[in-house]
Design a binder for this molecule. Sequence first.
Ligand SMILES: [Zn+2]
Length: 418
Amino acid sequence: MGEKADSDLVRRQNRFLLLAALRLNGPMARVELGRHTGLSPASITSISSQLIADGILEEVEDHHAPALPMRRGRPLTQLDINPKSAHVVAVKISIDGVELALADSRGAVVSRRVLRTSTYDSDPDDFGQFVASEIAALLARQRLSSRRVARIGIAVQGVADSQAGTVVWSPAFRTRNIAVAGVIQSRLGIACTLANDANMIAEGLISTDRTRYSGTTAVVFMGYGVGMGLIIDGKVYHGPTGAAAEFGHMNHLPGGPLCRCGRRGCVEAYAADYSILRWASGEAETQPPSFTAIPEDRMLVLEEAAHRGEADATQAYAKAGEALGYGLARLIAILSLQRIVLAGPGTRAIALIEPHLHRAIEEGVVDELRRNVEIEVVPIHTDMIIKGTIDGALRQVDREVFAYGPPARRHAVLEKIA
Ligand SMILES: [Zn+2]
């Protein structure tokens, strides 16, 4: 029994290794796969034929190979993930919006839907069912049975309890502890996980460039809120329940401006869009923040004013940069960060924020600790939350479905969804 269990484990590990190498590097010839995984040519041949027979991999022609008219025998083929082997759904929940994306098993988005809805006023008891119905409608439009969807990943703004599948607290909702993942899972019969949105940006970065993000990196989301995904030794650190790295609600100044979380002086109360706008408009710090999304136009007007040098606007961005910088300086000191990634729509104003952020880091931590920290900005047009949620879901499918055997392959008969 022991030997059988061992060989099953080795087989699963090898299948996963091969899939992980293809996810990271794209299509590869068998020889290259051997080099990337360290597996013998015989193992690569046997594992890849199993995966092809299971419909998980397919052979593709190498379009980048130089034309060799003299080459004899079989054309040069590469292995790649079969895009039809399974699908995943990514859901992004943020203040005033729910976004859904259906992706194939290579991670390409097949269909997308953006819903503007007042999440704050929604009935917390019905919210999970509402999202489940929207997913069902998305699948129905694509004439895709729910059996062909291997996993649903949900990214939520705020504090998420990944184990319980609940939104512990989010500015998107009036009430706390909203059950989401379990409701969707039992309604649609598809495995469903829920995580913090900034953690999903970190997942997306790791799958884009595992070498670059192999060390200790803090990913800061700037925009409708301030969030963080923390990569420690190349892995996203979720903490025991998934609520780790709540950088936005770390205190910057005791008794400072009122935050959406109800406390005062959080980093977010200086650096989120609503905080920058409140500061620039000269509103009182104790003014309760609005719980609706700030339209992009209003932020664009404010950015222009700051670029023109209007004092209230430039000061508001300076305050944001300071709060972020001092907070990051503390993290550099504690974690010996190697890299800081700034992401999200708030980075559009990075030129206004960055000098103050740098100055605060310089002031906040000794030179020896900050000298090797690299700061980079992820282009704002990339929707890293959706990408990271898809990548994270596919990694789970590789580990929990594809590593074991063929996915449940049934004909795409549209299921009757209640
Ligand atoms: Zn807060």
